[in-house]
Design a protein. Structure first.
Length: 131
């Protein structure tokens, strides 16, 4: 079970991309590889908390559109996934750590949207901290 790792990450102040991805490197072509190389996966990154009220300032990956505005064009399956994350937030469950680069969501846009809808703060790392 991954639950022990999730409990450790829930209380951590530093993590790595390898921990966030639970040891499973994303597939080539994933958006994260536009920002990092394989060598960056073991670099320590501070975990930060973003208030849900700041989510409208975030942009969707690979576009110049706010995350909130981009959600209006989401598919039925994407909206279903966001609703499931909202339920997890409402039950107090950990939804993982999001990956940002400045104000762009690189990984976790569905969870960020759910945090906004559930009015819940979320944990994230910023790839700018790799520099």
């Amino acid at each position: 079970s991954l639950e022990p790792l999730r409990r450790i990450l829930a209380n951590a102040t530093i993590t790595t991309l390898a921990d966030i991805y639970e040891g499973m490197t994303p597939m080539e072509g994933e958006a994260i590889f536009n920002f990092v190389g394989q060598q960056d996966f073991d670099t320590a990154l501070p975990i930060r908390t973003m208030p849900w009220q700041k989510i409208p300032n975030l942009s969707a990956p690979n576009c110049n559109m706010s995350l909130i505005k981009s959600f209006k064009g989401a598919s039925v399956d994407q909206k279903k996934l966001v609703r499931e994350y909202v339920r997890q937030f409402e039950r107090g469950k950990d939804v993982g750590i999001l990956v940002l680069c400045n104000s762009s969501v690189i990984d976790g846009n569905h969870r960020a949207m759910a945090a906004y809808l559930a009015k819940q703060d979320f944990k994230y790392v910023n790839l700018e901290d790799l520099d």
